[in-house]
Design a binder for this molecule. Structure first.
Ligand code: FE2
Length: 339
């Protein structure tokens, strides 16, 4: 009896000790954890965060939002921003924060993991994934010879009423920012004016692809992964759809870089640097290769998902991502009546 009481007491003490050290550990990891302002797809960033936490023990708190919403929020919050990492779908939002001088330069070992064409030259942020512009078309209506040779051909009157896009989204606006960077303001304004005449606006890329699939329009300018994502599920929203890659360094072959950066105001810079090193390294890039995001891996020597047309075959135009100007784009799109 006495023995078992002692045993019980010892057990209780042990349990209390364990509970105490667990509480201490979680308090520590909470104060050491990082906050990610995430504008990338929620499931992709969750997979990255889980993999990173599993390997490092560093807790990741994800706040979900949109590219421009978070970019403007970081600028407004300035030194008081709770964000340790900012992840976007596209480069213009990164360029906005960088233009305000609010990014911490990234460690050289992280930058070294990503080839130069998938990150800005100044090293203030880095590409974490990439997506290709495509013309998703109705394969029952269009044969290869009838496809537009260039994105700019969709301005032609012969395309009136036949194509669509989601002009209010960050994805399409990134494509316009590439047109602006490659062709200049005048040509971009003219193209947008013609788009207003010719194209049907949709609320989101999936909706635009569905419209193609349903035969409402013959084609839509979207990103590639909407198609692959649907095909991997039931395929019901893409069964009549094929993808046309413009290639030839056409503005329509624009490959948009999803970015990762560290606001200079971060109080957890070391952990934030570790996170971006992990995302751009083997572990993070394997999530792109093996998962169901169907976005391109951008890490040096990292293979893309085997279902995708290889990034190197897309013949994308060369665009310096830090030059993509979101403000000018929304001004031009507003002037054209698209926003
Ligand atoms: Fe998207």
């Amino acid at each position: 009896m006495k023995m078992s009481f002692q045993h019980l007491a010892a057990t209780l003490a042990l349990v209390a000790g364990l509970a105490g050290s667990t509480a201490l550990a979680s308090a520590q990891s909470a104060s050491d954890g990082i906050v990610v302002y995430n504008a990338q797809h929620e499931s992709l960033t969750k997979a990255w965060a889980d993999g990173f936490t599993k390997q490092t023990g560093i807790k990741v708190t994800i706040r979900n939002g949109k590219d421009m919403e978070f970019a403007n929020q970081i600028v407004q919050e300035g030194a008081a921003s709770p964000a340790d990492v900012f992840l976007t779908e596209n480069s213009p939002a990164m360029a906005l924060v960088d233009g305000a001088g609010l990014f911490e330069p990234l460690n050289a070992d992280t930058l070294a993991q990503v080839p130069e064409n998938y990150r800005p030259a100044n090293g203030h942020w880095v590409g974490v994934a990439a997506r290709s512009t495509v013309f998703a078309y109705d394969k029952n209506k269009l044969t290869e010879d009838k496809l537009p040779k260039s994105l700019l051909d969709l301005a032609d009157a012969s395309w009136k009423g036949r194509w669509g896009a989601a002009p209010a989204g960050a994805d399409f606006q990134a494509i316009v920012s590439a047109v602006l960077e490659l062709k200049g303001e005048e040509a971009t304004a003219a193209w947008l004016k013609a788009m207003k005449e010719n194209a049907t606006p949709y609320k989101g890329n999936s909706v635009a692809m569905k419209a193609v699939n349903a035969g409402e329009i013959e084609g839509a300018v979207i990103y590639h992964y909407y198609y692959y994502g649907d095909q991997a599920k039931t395929g019901e929203n893409s069964k009549n759809v094929s993808l046309h890659y413009f290639k030839n360094e056409d503005p329509g072959a624009f490959v948009s870089i999803s970015g990762g950066g560290i606001p200079a105001s971060s109080k957890h810079k070391e952990q934030a640097q570790a996170f971006l090193k992990w995302v751009t390294g083997k572990g993070g890039q394997a999530v792109l290769r093996d998962g169901d995001s169907f976005e391109y891996a951008v890490g040096e020597g990292e293979a893309a998902n085997a279902k995708l047309v290889p990034l190197a075959d897309l013949n994308a135009p060369k665009v310096e991502p830090s030059k993509l100007n979101s403000k000018k784009v929304t001004d031009l799109m507003t002037a054209a009546g698209l926003l």
